[in-house]
Ligand binder design. Structure first.
Ligand code: NYM
Ligand code: MG
Length: 216
């Protein structure tokens, strides 16, 4: 790493928590402040694996949920080298969902424990900050396209919300997603700037491991 690296910032939460809106606003705000930042999202439906995930989510493909779990993780792995390169080139990434969604949704849909669910993501680039947007699950159902995709059901969402809470560690911050949009945004900018500052002189770490990621 020759210069200061960018930070890996992740927004997590149930469907309809406001993540996509906040990711866009945060990237725009950071760029306005002169900080190079880009948005990403998972699942990344543009890749080979992502296309299969999209077929599953839109109910055009039937697959066991455990198989899909590995596809979601695989989708992150196929992007991981590029993510590391981007971070090490000094660009901050603001990511809409990451490994925690993988574990929280599969634990909710299969009943498998969170340890099993986390395992395929071990060794991925570790987020420098995970902001968990928590919303009143009832408001999700008001969305016009609600229920079209798999997992868009209140019972699953409530389990996902509980699982996300269980996955919290020292890199996470919980945010009240029912708050005013601008208030959430301002909060996220403050958290992001602090995380970017903390991360800039440290190597990218490995997820679910104390070892730093070997540079490549
Ligand atoms: N999802 C997303 C998972 O089940 N596992 C994962 O690893 C990820 C990243 O995909 N209901 C689920 C959560 C969503 C669905 O995501 C599609 P989005 O953000 O609605 O496009
Ligand atoms: Mg969704």
């Amino acid at each position: 790493m020759t210069s200061k690296r960018g930070a890996l910032l992740v927004l997590e939460g149930c469907d309809r928590a406001g993540k996509s809106t906040q990711v866009k606003k945060l990237v725009d705000a950071l760029n306005l402040l002169g900080i190079s930042a880009e948005a990403r999202r998972f699942p990344d439906r543009t890749t080979v694996v992502g296309k299969l995930i999209d077929q599953f989510l839109s109910r055009n493909e039937e697959l066991p949920f455990e198989t899909v779990h590995l596809l979601f993780s695989s989708n992150r792995w196929e992007c991981s080298t590029e993510i590391i390169k981007t971070l090490n080139s000094g660009i901050t990434l603001v990511v809409d969902r990451y490994a925690a969604s993988g574990a929280a949704y599969t634990a909710a849909t299969t009943g498998r424990d969170l340890f099993w669910c986390r395992e395929p993501d071990r060794g991925l680039p570790q987020p420098d900050l995970v902001a968990l947007l928590e919303v009143d699950t009832k408001s999700q159902m008001l969305r016009s396209d609600w229920g079209k995709e798999r997992f868009d059901c209140n019972q699953i969402q409530q389990k996902v919300a509980a699982n996300l809470r269980l996955l919290m560690d020292e890199t996470w911050v919980a945010i009240d997603g029912n708050d005013d949009l601008e208030k959430i945004h301002n909060n996220l900018v403050t958290l992001a700037l602090a995380a970017i500052d903390r991360a800039k002189n440290q190597p990218v770490k490995m997820l679910y491991s104390k070892e730093p990621l070997p540079l490549y």
